[in-house]
Design a protein around this ligand. Structure first.
Ligand code: ZN
Length: 146
């Protein structure tokens, strides 16, 4: 990781610079004061995702889901639990594929739920299907090692 680390605010998408040593100290956005590492996964639109992919230097795990998808809704608590366990090393976000239909073809999504792990704007790995919290944490850890 670089130091300071660039990270996009999950609320206002301002670009923040945080010294690496302060990442675990619950830093807040310089522009809107929102926590940069919220307790629960934050909602993205495609436009917001673009800003995160452009600026973030902390890995981002995105849950591509939709309100009509039963397995997606069932997985939500596990995703939130995994988010708590992995903060601040990874940030967790959710993207509603029904409201952001262009992401389906852009990321070649064939089925949801689908999680995609991004680091410095690039896709590192993806995993389709509902997972429990332990599996999510294990899967992310495995892909961030390399
Ligand atoms: Zn902000």
């Amino acid at each position: 990781m670089t130091d300071p680390i660039h990270i996009t605010c999950p609320v206002c998408q301002a670009k923040n610079r945080i010294p690496a040593a302060r990442l675990a100290a619950n830093p807040t956005c310089g522009a809107c004061k929102a926590p940069l590492f919220p307790d629960t996964p934050f909602e993205l639109t495609e436009a917001k995702l673009n800003k995160h992919l452009k600026n973030d230097e902390v890995p981002l795990l995105v849950d591509f889901w939709a309100p009509w998808c039963g397995p997606c809704r069932m997985m939500a608590p596990a995703f939130a639990e995994a988010s708590k366990q992995m903060s601040p090393n990874v940030r967790f976000a959710k993207l509603d594929t029904e409201q952001n239909q262009a992401v389906g073809s852009r990321f070649q999504i064939r089925g949801i739920p689908l999680i995609i792990l991004f680091d410095k704007g690039r896709e590192i790995a993806r995993q389709p299907g509902a997972m429990d919290a332990r599996s999510i944490v294990g899967w992310v850890g495995q892909h961030l090692k390399g």
